[in-house]
Design a protein around this ligand. Structure first.
Ligand code: VGL
Ligand code: ZN
Length: 205
């Protein structure tokens, strides 16, 4: 049984948003086209309290893009984004959410970030997505969304580690690219670790 996981298709990651990813909005129509190819569709939603410690604004003298030690983990500092209940945290209006069976919120603990849809960055707490998918009999996961070099990458790494056969729909992803090549390197690493890189047309026949 195969599932589609839509990663963080939220206003703040699209042009005009607080943590805008170049061409982030172009992934939405791809998601909409793919929905009918899957028995099960789930989504993740970056969902931070305003006090989230990944926000550079909470660290005097720090700016977005800098890396700090946050309770023992390296943490990239971000602009304030995807605050619970804000417009920026909402799914992009054009996304057809009617086929999404479950939304997994992440990044809700102010003290730790959560790039993966499965676990926080310290692998301390699970979101429940892994158990949910296994209970539904899912063994194969197709991942797309935002951003390639953060939430897509870490969701796919965890999917592999959890034993799911893992596909990345590359034209359905866009990256932040704080450093040039981050997204390319993420795809390369995922491929080396066993993820299969495909394009949406491979599913649409
Ligand atoms: C993300 C940075 C911070 C993502 C979320 O969705 O890739 N990146 N929060
Ligand atoms: Zn975030």
């Amino acid at each position: 049984m195969k599932a589609l996981i839509l990663i963080d298709l939220q206003n703040d990651f699209c042009p005009g948003g607080a943590l805008a990813v170049r061409e982030g909005d172009q992934t939405v129509s791809i998601a909409n086209q793919l929905l009918d190819q899957f028995d099960l569709v789930v989504a993740t939603q970056d969902w931070h309290p305003i006090a989230h410690e990944s926000f550079a604004a909470h660290h005097a003298g720090k700016t977005p893009g800098e890396v700090i030690d946050l309770h023992g983990l390296p943490q990239v500092l971000w602009p304030i984004h995807c605050v619970q209940g804000s417009f920026g945290a909402e799914f992009v209006r054009e996304l057809n959410t009617s086929k999404i069976q479950h939304v997994f919120n992440k990044g809700t603990d102010p003290a730790i970030d959560s790039y993966s849809g499965f676990f926080d960055n310290g692998h301390r707490k699970a979101t429940g997505m892994g158990d949910f998918l296994k209970e539904k009999g899912v063994d194969t996961i197709y991942i797309m969304g935002l951003a390639t070099d953060y939430c897509v990458k870490f969701t796919a790494l965890d999917a592999l580690q959890l034993g799911f056969s893992t596909y990345l729909i590359t034209d359905g992803c866009r990256g932040v690219n704080l450093q040039e090549g981050d997204s390319e390197n993420a795809l390369k690493e995922l491929s080396e670790k066993g993820a299969k890189l495909i394009e949406s047309k491979d599913l649409l026949g």
